[in-house]
Structure formats: structure tokens, C-alpha cells
Ligand binder design. Structure first.
Ligand code: SAM
Ligand code: NAG
Ligand code: NAG
Ligand code: NAG
Length: 248
């Protein structure tokens, strides 16, 4: 060997290095070509007691899935006829109980979130809470207006009272709660019926295992009452009051 010259690499090394280089470039290429999962899951997914269901690859897929049931003509027929009175009566009893506890008044301006055909709105009107309306992805006038609960179509501080039994349909629970707190007046009441012990239906977007994550989401409110109820498969009623102090 001539001094100063690099030692000759064994003949096998050169093609090996070339091979290594090419494979790494190929892997890097594949990696960069793979679409990243830019559709962000809700940050509250970190709580073990609130899990966002996988499989909603985009917001459109989520909405399409919700609409699939809500728009079903046969079901809409049943909801507005056979089911109507029974559900209005059960909702009326829940709302009457809230009235007795001075959480709801005839003069309350009330919103029902995810009201579908609006049996809960009809119940509020039946017991004298006349200024009541619902929102849902599908409108059912005059009781239910079109609106997404992730982005309520109302100004801040509009309602004295909000009711919902569709928390499990929220793909973004923090937005669902944030919008309720935004549109409630200071001191306003929010009543949620949720399923804790049994799994909600196949159209749900999240599963809730305790009230803890729910209470954490209500950043501008205090818990008034948690109790067991029997409300169409939902077993727990949680009542919140939005703080009167706006800086809190
Ligand atoms: C289980 S149903 C409950 C209907 C009604 N509250 C009742 O008890 O009869 C869930 C409702 O939530 C509605 N929904 C789902 N996602 C929604 C969203 N992002 N904004 C508004 N409504 C939504 C659905 O269209 C459906 O009508
Ligand atoms: C909606 O329902 C129809 C008929 O029931 C079904 O063919 C379709 O795949 C459903 N779409 C979604 C997004 O679930
Ligand atoms: C509220 O409205 C109901 C139904 O119209 C009526 O029976 C009741 O007396 C009213 N309550 C008050 C406190 O005005
Ligand atoms: C609510 O509406 C009912 C029926 O339309 C009416 O009898 C009642 O006086 C109204 N109550 C209030 C507080 O406006």
C-alpha cells in the first residue's frame, strides 16, 4: 500500500454503502409521501374517562354519519307520531322538577341542544316556558332551528337555560361545552343528561365514564347537582350554573 492513500475498502463495502444509501432514500421518500393525520383529535382525549371514538376521518364523515339517522324518513315519521307524547311527557316531568328547584322559570329563555324533532322543546312550552327553541343539524320548524352545536348560531349571553341529552354526539366535547357557556347568560343554567354506566348508541362520537371530565370542561361554571335519572337510556343528570362574575 502506498503511504498516504486510503486503505482499499474490501470490494463488498462499496455496493453495500450504495445499497444502504438507496434504501434509506427510498424509505425517506415513502415517509414524506405518506399523508400525515392532520385531522386533530380532541385534546380532551387525554382524559381516561372521556374517549373520542376513532374512525371519524374528517368532520364531513362525522356530520354525514349523524345525518344518516336523523334524516331517515321512516324514523322521522315515528318520532313525530308514535313517540311524540310519551317523550314530551317524560321531558315535562324532568323540566317540572327543575322548576320546583328554581332552576327554570316560565320566563326563562331556553335552548335545547341536539333536539332532533323537538319533543323537549314542546315539553318546555307545555309547562309554560314559552320562549324555547331547539337546534339540530336538521331543522324541524318551528320548534327546532338548524344549527351545529360545535358552533351555535347565537350571540353570546343569549339564554337563561340550556338542556341537552346529546353530549355523546360531540366530536369536540370542549367546543360543545364552550358554546353552551358562551351562549348562556351569567348565572344561566345548563342541564345535561348523559350516559355513564352504559354505552351510548352507535352514532355517538365519544364515551364518558365519569362526570369528572365533564366538570373540567365547564370552565366558567359550577356544579349545582348530579343525580341519577332514567331518561331514554341516559342515566345521569348534571346541572351547572354559569358564573356571574365574568372575569372568572
Ligand atoms: C340521540 S338524538 C337525540 C334527539 C333528541 N334530543 C331526543 O331526545 O329525542 C341526537 C341528535 O343530535 C343531533 N346532532 C348530532 N350532531 C350534532 C351537531 N354537531 N350539532 C347539532 N346537532 C347534532 C342529531 O342530528 C340527532 O338529532
Ligand atoms: C347511510 O345510510 C345508508 C342507508 O342506510 C347507507 O347505505 C350508507 O352507507 C350510510 N352512510 C353512512 C356514512 O353511514
Ligand atoms: C307557568 O306556566 C304554567 C303553564 O302555562 C302555568 O300553569 C303556571 O301557573 C305558570 N307559573 C307561573 C309561576 O306563572
Ligand atoms: C305561554 O303560552 C301559553 C299558550 O300559548 C299561554 O296560555 C301562556 O299565558 C303563556 N305564558 C306566558 C308566561 O307568556
Amino acid at each position: 500500500m502506498i503511504p498516504g492513500e486510503l486503505p482499499k475498502l474490501p470490494f463488498i463495502v462499496k455496493p453495500f454503502i450504495l445499497y444502504l444509501f438507496l434504501s434509506l432514500s427510498f424509505l425517506a421518500f415513502i415517509y414524506l409521501q405518506t399523508p400525515r393525520h392532520t385531522f386533530k383529535k380532541d385534546p380532551t382525549n387525554h382524559s381516561p374517562d372521556l374517549k373520542i371514538r376513532p374512525g371519524y376521518s374528517s368532520y364531513d364523515v362525522y356530520i354525514e354519519r349523524q345525518l344518516n339517522k336523523t334524516l331517515n324518513p321512516k324514523l322521522r315519521q315515528i318520532w313525530t307520531t308514535r313517540d311524540w307524547n310519551r317523550k314530551v311527557e317524560v321531558f315535562s316531568r324532568f323540566f317540572d322538577s327543575l322548576k320546583q328547584r328554581k332552576l327554570l322559570f316560565n320566563g326563562s329563555k331556553a335552548l335545547c341542544v341536539g333536539a332532533r324533532v323537538g319533543q323537549e322543546v314542546a315539553a318546555l312550552k307545555r309547562i309554560g316556558v314559552n320562549d324555547s327553541v331547539g337546534i339540530d343539524l336538521v331543522p324541524y320548524p318551528p320548534l327546532v332551528l338548524k344549527g351545529d352545536f360545535h358552533h351555535q348560531p347565537f350571540d353570546a349571553e343569549t339564554f337563561d337555560f340550556e338542556f341537552s341529552n346529546v353530549f355523546d354526539h360531540a366530536l369536540y366535547p370542549d367546543k360543545f361545552v364552550g358554546e353552551i357557556e358562551r351562549t348562556l347568560k351569567p348565572g344561566g343554567i345548563c342541564v345535561l343528561h348523559v350516559a355513564l354506566s352504559r354505552r351510548a348508541d352507535k352514532y355517538s362520537a365519544n364515551d364518558l365514564y365519569s362526570v369528572k371530565p365533564l366538570i373540567e370542561l365547564f370552565k366558567q361554571s359550577e356544579v349545582v347537582k348530579v343525580r341519577n335519572v332514567d331518561g331514554f337510556g341516559l342515566d345521569t343528570e348534571v346541572v351547572f350554573r354559569k358564573n356571574k362574575n365574568r372575569n372568572k
